[in-house]
Design a protein around this ligand. Sequence first.
Ligand SMILES: [Mg+2]
Length: 312
Amino acid sequence: MARGADRPSRRGHTGAVRVRGDGENIRRDDLGKGHGTGDLSCEAVSRGERGTAGERGVTASAWIPRLLLFDLDDTLCDYTSARDLRLRLAFSHALAEAAEMAGADTGEDGGRRSDPPAEPEFPDHIERLAAASVTRDPHGSDHFPDLLREHGLGGPAAAGAAIRWYRENRFHGLALFEDAEATLLALRRAAATRDSRIGLVTNGPSEVQRAKIDLLAVERLVDFVLVSEEVGVWKPDLAIFAEALRRGGASPGETLFTGDSLEHDIAGATAAGIRAVWVNRQGRPRRPGEVEPDHEIRRVGEVLDLLGIRPG
Ligand SMILES: [Mg+2]
């Protein structure tokens, strides 16, 4: 089906799940019905993919796309929280190192302060360092020496300690969101009855993303994984979406992409003719010029609501 004619209309808020037609709200129950303005399902309906009463975990109105695509970081796993915690711990190490070097620590342990706080409660200067680091470079650590120097904290040894800890503990605290596994399992059960597939499309270096996927044990929950470095292009490049469609054996109109990044996930999927669900956990408003998603949700588990699939 050609893109455009069946594209859903644009979005809004209907409680937790945000779906909107052109000037009208489309109720969740309507997602499996063929509206003139387009909806999630007109192609699926013609293919007889609507749910049937009594089918396990699927409501009568469910529409299961032939291909369900998901982003990984900050969609299925809480990368940002883990990254922020890791920065705070790394800078705690740096300052402990600096204090130790200066002999300034007079703690009960005889002056050794090599262990950072175990709990994510940090003094203000650590919070400021972490925030400044994210602004400077959201992912790297090469800037740590300059950052510490600019804040008048620590020398080369301290910066080295921060970099070392940050790199050696790159997955510290990383975990799936609490509803991610249950969501994928429910989708897999629903997809199994429809010859549908589930794919992961993630940006990043292969070595990092593959290690992360192993740690999170997420590959068992999907049918295939695409890592941008392995494909040779990154989201929002259309080529990686085309490869995902090829791997999933689906057309754009048969596919749903769920991700947290308007710039990489939603813009790319939309340009590729794929219906896009924006996971907007903070509920932040879209800025002028940002792409408009087809649907907006707060938690990845709300994809089940969107599709009429029962969890569990
Ligand atoms: Mg992401």
